[in-house]
Design a protein around this ligand. Structure first.
Ligand code: ATP
Ligand code: LTN
Length: 330
């Protein structure tokens, strides 16, 4: 009997994948693969909430697929598919939107932020984005969902919608738990350490892309904003240094105490170079693997097609149950 719990998570193929995405989400996916039955998706349906150029969108999707495999998704044991290849996501999303309140969605901070950022294109899709995300999770009866801290509110909404549906009918959906790792749940911008590191930031010095070359990584860390002190220690008002310490800790598994000891008496310049080197050491093998995978499109296609078949089978079981309970004719 299979006693492993199910883990589901997804990421949008919307261009660069940042060190923030890697530490906050992807690294946890990889680390948890042995403990759970894992289902991962590229949330390409979510991506069109912001207008995409068709050619760039196709390229970004394939590249994101190769990059996540290069990060360590083990395709032998885990399912890793492209969301739009499994129609059940769109189907359940419509159904669940009829069990979600307008007021609930209006309170989502990501909607408020993004509708300010894209004020010329506030679509119904941007508004109902969390319902699609809830559908992603609930279709697979996921127990845990590893995400960065910014997605916690969407997870709460998912739980509320699932509980509502279960209580109107009979238990149908498993109620998922967010998995938010304490260390690294929110990696901050290198230029404005009170803002989260974001791939959509207009200043590329504010984020590290997983595909950045060593020279650029060093340059970006050298330019990272710190404070006027010079001692490497975790503390209030030291947001820039706290962020660099968090990054270093996630790359090396060293505790903050160990890091403070390692750099005691040394200045920020030396510390920044060590952080850059630790990031380079982690990213270089991923970049090599990425280039290798990207040159083998047939292999990538085989992986996402087989995964979509497995995902469709699981998702349709849940969808059929839902449709039957509501009273749709079979
Ligand atoms: P955008 O900045 O354009 O909104 P994003 O960088 O947040 O995009 P998503 O695809 O929305 O990217 O997020 C993918 C995953 O990465 C999510 O689990 C999210 O919580 C996590 N994540 C994103 N940014 C960070 C960050 N700065 N620190 C930690 N985790 C993050
Ligand atoms: N909205 C998420 C991406 C995402 C997701 C999901 C994460 C789409 N569907 C399901 C976890 C589970 C984001 O990271 N911005």
């Amino acid at each position: 009997m299979n006693e492993k719990k199910t883990l589901f998570s997804a990421i949008q193929p919307s261009g660069t994948i940042t060190l923030g995405n890697y530490i906050g989400a992807i690294k946890n996916w990889i680390d948890l693969q042995d403990k759970f039955d894992c289902i991962f998706a590229l949330a390409d349906l979510h991506t069109i909430t912001v207008r995409q150029d068709p050619k760039a969108f196709r390229k970004n999707t394939i590249e994101a697929y190769a990059l996540l495999l290069a990060c360590g998704i083990n395709i032998k044991d885990s399912i890793f598919f492209i969301q739009s290849h499994v129609p059940a996501h769109s189907q359940l999303s419509w159904v669940l939107s009829c069990y979600t309140q307008f007021g609930e969605l209006s309170r989502m901070t990501q909607f408020k932020d993004k509708s300010q950022k894209h004020s010329d294109n506030i679509t119904c899709g941007l508004f109902s984005y969390p319902v699609l995300m809830a559908s992603d999770i609930l279709l697979y009866q996921a127990d845990v969902v590893p995400v960065g801290a910014d997605q916690k509110q969407h997870l709460e909404l998912t739980r509320n919608v699932a509980e509502r549906f279960n209580s109107i009918y009979t238990p149908t959906f498993k109620i998922p738990e967010p998995y938010i790792h304490k260390n690294g749940a929110k990696i901050m911008s290198l230029q404005e350490p009170l803002k989260k590191m974001s791939k959509s930031d207009s200043n590329p010095n504010s984020y590290i892309s997983i595909l950045d070359k060593p020279d650029d990584i060093i340059k970006k860390f050298k330019r990272a904003i710190t404070d006027s002190e010079s001692s490497v220690r975790f503390g209030e008002g030291k947001d820039g240094i706290n962020n660099l310490m968090t990054i270093y800790s996630c790359m090396t598994n060293k505790s903050f105490d160990e890091i403070e000891n390692e750099f005691s008496g040394l200045g920020y310049g030396e510390f920044k170079l060590s952080v850059a080197q630790a990031v380079i050491d982690k990213l270089t093998p991923i970049q090599t693997k990425f280039t290798e995978l990207l040159s083998n499109k047939d292999y990538l296609e085989k992986c996402y097609k087989e995964s979509a078949e497995k995902a469709t089978y699981i998702a349709n079981k849940t969808l059929n149950k839902v449709m039957k309970k509501i009273g749709f004719i079979n």
